[in-house]
Ligand binder design. Structure first.
Ligand code: HEM
Length: 510
């Protein structure tokens, strides 16, 4: 007979030896890569399911895989088509969609206002990419810093400065570009307006913010383009690998560091040279140098001004030039709209050779409608601008979102929502030729410049550049589309034509 104690000890021996076998097997298996991968997958799955069920985000509709993976944003970076994906998800799942384990997209005017209408939902860590050699009004995530800095630099962006730089924009930007295009037209060559518009907006920023044009339109090159591209790359790498803020790897990123240094030196020199001028002109640079906080009397140091100068280049060049490119593309696609625009501009500007005053074109209804419709269909900043749900959590679109959730509203999805717009994918400038009440209503779902306290500070400058350039181009040339280059939109930091080309033939008008 075996007594209970013996039985127990026998069972204990069994369990022990079974465990020993499992550990032996595990020990061997732990060196087997496919076993390790399987184990990691299992752990990830358990964690993902746990997270999916615990969080209140489980009630937010969305694609099946979204709660389990952060891969979508990474895939998006490579494909550049996420603006279309967000739109199709919203069409399928409604105005609020879960796009990742901790991220949610909204496409509803009220939810959009809730997110961007105050400082409660702060910018996410992604904005550290815009720490352009220092904290600045665009990149900061801190509402207190933002309020103080915005108050201080407000004159840089106000109407008085705008009136003062109008002549500079015309001479160093629009007029110079028109003269160049005249030469291209007379030689019978094809003009790539995408590149020409980019050069023009850089030259305008050079003139107004750095004290002199970069000469890109005339010369076709300036190292600033390379420095800026390298600088953006380095900033992005630092956000992905924060260690790079503290560690320098010159053997790996030598050229990027070099560009950063050159950009700093170039900007600093522009500042110092301006300070030596006895009676300086009153442009954006001068406003920045003289900016004084009304409440505290504080002024900006050079190291605080440099990032603010770079912001204007980063935020104000490609955004404007890409909008111009899409506008020309749409006019060529819709000849009737092009004819109507030309008739309006010819009537408003009968003197073909005179400079165009902004006052003469700023209120032309059809020009205004064409540009609004361009920005509706192709908002250059159409990626959702990510914000973080505050510590208290928030109820957005009827769903409780836990603190820390990333939430955003893609302008592309909002602007093309079939629930909000009639014929959402068609170019219909006439939709803007309605009463001011109807326009105000449409603008609730129109955010090319974002909304709220972090909305675009340069939008009046942008409107000036857009209206002056399109009216000058249409007044001076007949424009014909030239085959070549793909105009499909792709997201490469902004919503751009895929091949970065808008090839046209220009015919000077008699
Ligand atoms: C068509 C042209 C433009 C478009 C579509 C545009 C769009 C935008 C958008 C969507 C934002 C919000 C970004 C975010 O929250 O992440 C923004 C912010 C900003 N933009 Fe623009 N922008 C344009 C032109 C300009 C110009 C010409 C300037 C200045 C020279 C400028 C300066 C700024 C600044 C300083 C901010 C940061 C505002 C803040 O955080 O307080 N932008 N812009």
């Amino acid at each position: 007979m075996i007594d209970t104690d013996t039985l127990c000890s026998l069972q204990a021996v069994d369990v022990l030896s079974a465990l020993q076998r499992v550990f032996r097997l595990l020990g061997r298996k732990l060196f087997d890569p496919s076993f390790v991968a399987m184990l990691l997958m299992l752990l990830w799955l358990v964690k993902a399911i746990q997270h999916r069920n615990q969080t209140s985000l489980r009630t937010v509709p969305g694609p099946f895989l979204a709660p389990f993976t952060r891969l979508f944003p990474i895939v998006n970076i490579f494909t550049g088509t996420h603006f279309q994906r967000y739109l199709s998800w919203h069409e399928r799942y409604g105005p609020i969609v879960r796009t990742g384990p901790r991220s949610v997209s909204v496409s509803d005017p009220d939810a959009m206002r809730q997110i961007y209408g105050s400082h409660a939902f702060r910018k996410t860590r992604m904005y550290d990419t815009f720490q352009l050699l220092g904290n600045n009004v665009f990149g900061t995530r801190d509402p207190a810093f933002h309020r103080t800095r915005k108050r201080l630099i407000a004159p840089v962006y106000n109407q008085t400065t705008l009136n003062r730089v109008e002549g500079l924009i015309w001479r160093s930007g629009v007029q110079t570009l028109m003269d160049k295009l005249e030469g291209v037209a007379r030689s019978g060559r094809v003009a790539n307006l995408f590149r020409e518009f980019m050069y023009m907006t850089f030259d305008v920023t050079g003139e107004t913010v750095f004290g002199r044009s970069f000469g890109l339109t005339k010369e076709g090159s300036h190292p600033i383009l390379q420095w800026m591209a390298d600088f953006s790359r380095m900033s992005m790498l630092r956000v992905l690998l924060p260690l790079l803020y503290r560690v320098q790897l010159p053997w790996l990123f030598g050229r990027l560091y070099e560009s950063e240094k050159k950009l700093y030196a170039f900007t600093k020199t522009a500042l110092e040279q301006r300070k030596l001028v006895a009676s300086p002109r009153r442009d954006a640079l001068q406003q920045l140098i003289e900016a004084t906080d009304d409440e505290t009397g504080a002024r900006l140091t050079d190291d605080e001004m440099i990032p603010e100068m770079l912001v204007q280049m980063v935020a104000g060049t490609d955004t404007t030039s890409i909008t111009l490119s899409w506008c020309v593309h749409l006019l060529l696609q819709y000849p009737d709209a092009y004819r109507r625009l030309r008739a309006e501009i010819d009537a408003a500007l009968p003197e073909r050779d005179m400079p165009i005053a902004y006052a003469a074109v700023s209120k032309l209804p059809f020009l205004d409608a064409v540009l609004h419709e361009t920005l509706r269909l192709f908002p250059p900043v159409s990626d959702g601008l990510p914000r973080q749900v505050p510590k208290s959590g928030a109820t957005v679109g009827g769903h409780h979102l836990p603190p820390g959730t990333t939430v955003f509203c893609s302008a592309y999805a909002l602007h093309r929502s079939s629930a909000l717009w009639d014929r959402p994918n068609d170019f219909v400038p006439d939709r803007w030729l309605v009463s001011s009440e109807q326009i105000a209503d449409m603008k609730r779902a129109f955010i090319p410049f974002s909304f709220g306290p972090r909305a675009c500070l340069g939008r009046n400058l942008a409107w000036m550049e857009l209206k002056l350039t399109i009216s000058a181009l249409v007044r001076r040339f007949d424009i014909k589309h030239e085959q070549g280059g793909c105009m499909d939109p792709i997201y490469k930091f902004m919503l751009t034509p895929k091949d970065h080309r808008v090839d046209v033939r220009l015919y000077p008008r008699s």
